[in-house]
Design a protein around this ligand. Structure first.
Ligand code: CTP
Length: 394
């Protein structure tokens, strides 16, 4: 990474002092670095430190009369290749999640269209507060990258998550964004996510435990990499990712129609949805009333969407399926890879702690016709990034 324009927003956390070494490393690597500080950050480290290390005027005050006209917030925002906020306090995360622009840092941040990286650093309880977690989720929803904080001893005396990653790790994350971002530009990626609902009568349906998280993370990751993304989603409670074409479906038949009618224009299709294999033969027009005896509901097979995609796969199209198993994970997954003519199957076992429905982590193994790669325990966001990298980057 060199010759990039990097904006570093520093906010009021004790980890601010570590950003001096980040700025120094970025500058030494021949990048143009502009530091923007909140007034709280100035309590922890002085602008002069950053000014000396970056060889650029540090930006703090929006209304300074000796302000250089060529570095006002819009022109800086326009020339940035990446905007990093580190350390990012709970307060700044809340502001950027909601578009608040009340100082130079937040105003420039709102005006910037480049990739953005948030590096949270705060007390464990503040980080774990559902409000902060929702705000972090919102930042991701709007396409910002958010680094996971590390765990350990915190300056406040608590031990837990909330520690800022080391400057070298932040540097790696910036390089990954600046160099790799957008490598899926020009590609069309369709992702399915969530459960399907098969109606029994006007009040009941058959479904499964899928939350849609893995598919939504894949859609976001592909969007962040520049792909034109279509997300075909069963009914989930998750926020719709911005910047993707969102198609809401209910049943397996709806999903089949939505996916198969779009197959031809896609470069990549990822079937992360948990599609029902069976649906009631008939949907009762009226609510089924109970009687004394047992009740059987005759079911018929739904279309296997992935198999249909595999049968009609066009030249160069990449098909990625999932296999959720409770036993014989790899053998069953390999069987699906062959039977459905896919390029990759992402296998996971709900027997593994930290994998499967509802949780924010996953443990997957990627299978291709001639290889196998176990990813280990990762967040679903990281799992999505690794899947795209492994399957599509070559
Ligand atoms: N799938 C599909 N259409 C279906 C069922 C599944 O496209 N009617 C896709 C899923 O989205 C997933 C892959 O097929 O990508 C494997 O799904 P899974 O439920 O693990 O396996 P099944 O093929 O349904 O087989 P089984 O239920 O016997 O494990």
């Amino acid at each position: 990474m060199k010759n990039k324009c990097i904006l570093v927003g520093v906010t009021g956390g004790i980890a601010a002092y570590k950003i001096a070494s980040l700025v120094s490393s970025l500058k030494k690597a021949d990048n143009e670095v502009h530091v923007l500080m909140t007034k709280e950050a100035e309590q922890f480290i002085t602008p002069l430190t950053f000014q000396t290390l970056s060889a650029q005027r540090v930006i703090t005050d929006m209304f300074a009369i000796d302000f250089q006209p060529d570095v006002h917030h819009v022109s800086l925002a326009k020339k940035a290749d990446v905007f990093v906020i580190a350390p990012a306090t709970a307060n700044i995360i809340a502001k950027v999640a909601h578009g608040i622009a009340d100082d130079m840092l937040t105003t420039t941040f709102l005006a910037a269209e480049c990739p953005k990286l948030i590096v949270p650093a705060m007390n464990t309880h503040m980080l774990n507060n559902p409000v902060t977690q929702d705000n972090i989720e919102k930042c991701r929803h709007y396409g910002m990258h958010v680094m996971n904080s590390s765990a350990g001893y915190l300056a406040c005396g608590d031990t837990g998550s909330g520690r800022m990653p080391e400057p070298s790790e932040i540097m790696d994350a910036i390089s990954a964004i600046v160099e790799d971002d957008r490598w899926l530009s020009g590609k069309k990626v369709l992702v399915t996510a969530g459960p399907t609902r098969e109606e029994i009568d006007p009040v009941r349906y058959i479904t499964n435990h899928s939350s849609g998280k893995m598919g939504y993370e894949l859609a976001r990751a592909a969007r962040n990499l520049g792909a034109e993304v279509t997300l075909v989603s069963g009914q989930c409670t998750l926020a719709r990712p911005v910047g993707v074409d969102f198609v809401s479906v209910t049943s397996a038949a709806d999903m089949a129609e939505a996916v198969l009618s779009r197959q031809n224009e896609q470069d990549v299709i990822i079937m992360a949805a948990a599609v029902a294999d069976y649906t009631p033969i008939t949907k009762a027009e009226q609510k089924i009333k109970k009687s004394d005896g047992d009740l059987g509901i005759p079911l018929k097979r739904t279309k296997d969407i992935l198999k249909a995609l595999g049968a009609a796969k066009k030249e160069g199209q990449v098909l990625i399926g999932f296999a959720m198993e409770t036993e014989n994970l790899l053998a069953n997954a390999r069987e699906k890879l062959l039977a459905k003519n896919t390029d990759f199957i992402i296998a996971n076992s709900i027997a593994d702690k930290g994998a499967g429905f509802g949780v924010d982590t996953n443990i997957v193994t990627i299978l291709s016709p001639d290889a196998e790669e176990a990813l280990g325990l990762l967040s679903k966001e990281e799992t999505a990034e690794e899947i795209l990298k492994y399957c599509l980057k070559g």
